[in-house]
Design a protein around this ligand. Sequence first.
Ligand code: ADP
Length: 438
Amino acid sequence: MQIARRRVIVGHLIVLAGGALIGWFYSHVDWGLLAAALLALGWNVRQLLVFEQAVREKNFRHFRYGEGIWSQLFSRFSYQRGQSKQYKKNYRRLVKEVRKSTNAMPDGGIILNNEFEILLCNKAAQRLAGFRRRQDKGQRVDNILRDPAFGAYLSSGDFKEGVEIRSSVDADGWLICRIVPYGADQLLLLIQDITERRRLTTTRREFVANASHELRSPLTVVSGYLDTMASDPDIPAHWGRPLEQMQAQANRMNKIVAELLELSRLEGAGAAPTDELIDVCGIIASVKKSMDGQSDVPEIRVECQSDAQLFGSNAEIESVIVNLLTNAIRYTPHDGQVTLRWAADEDGAELAVTDTGDGIEPEHIPRLTERFFRVDAGRSRDDGGVGLGLAIVKHILERHDSHLEIESQPGAGSRFSCHFGSDRVNVPSSKNFKHAQR
Ligand code: ADP
């Protein structure tokens, strides 16, 4: 290119010099220069027109390359044009591949902008949730997925977990929708069909409920006979100990069956009622009273800092308090302390049970609410624990739009707490509330 540039400059100078020389010969240098300049201009215009024609007709195959620097320009242009054609071809192939693979995905995928408007969706989204690729472009996604739970999910802005909704294309179908933000302002909505998973969960729940129900009657008979035999003075003395053990095991089985039935009921139930007002401080006081006077228990303190009431099920909230308090007592030495606290804040109210007991190793904490999980199964069994208490607590709290938080330090104690949002809490305007601290 460097040489061509030099050549074009030199060439034009020679033409001008030649023109000037001829003009001088005829005593008209200016005319000679003008004629040479016009000649150079004409040549350049001709090259430009040839180039323009080739671009216009998009026909570079029979294109006769220009001359001098024009020839280099033409060939470079033609080469870059060929390359950009190849890039376009590759890009189109890539887009096709991406589209093919996203269409092959069993889960629905929808790309949204930060206004939740649909930009693109795959075939599974059309099949699972009735999206239409062209017609729904630009629409807000909650115009298509009209389930109120999905609307609430979008407005919450909290996309750490997904939301389960009923399918709008299959009356028995269930979907889980999850938003994954990516890039600067785009969101990916993933939709998965969970109909089968839910069906299996329901089958399992019904199986456990039926089995527990069926076990109840024979157990009642066995327990009845054991009680009768235990109180019969004619039973030989050496049967005393075995009978005692059989009674203890029958009681334990009764407890397991009752708790499994309670769990099945809770799993199948929706949200807790909102028309029943619960006096949480009242429950705390009565539960504490029932524990008073028991020997070998740690000191129980009550900190009722608010007369806020809760909307929900009285019996279930009592079960939460009893379960947490029983555990705290069970895993705290006699010289330790257990505190029951109920306090309101700007966003609702918190219930907390704190103890100065054994504490829990961090790796066990995420598993505590699993059915039958016990950190020390042997000890828990000896203390009368069956490993279902915290699972029941978890389900009751979910029904009350709350969840269990567990903080613990091995050897220092634990804190089990749950927070209820203001929708679930009623704070009476009474100014005479007496701060209860015992
Ligand atoms: P369990 O009937 O065995 O107490 P839970 O479901 O109530 O069953 O509790 C599960 C496990 O969690 C218990 O076995 C125990 O290991 C642990 N745990 C619960 N509460 C406490 C606590 N306050 N301190 C230490 N460990 C606890």
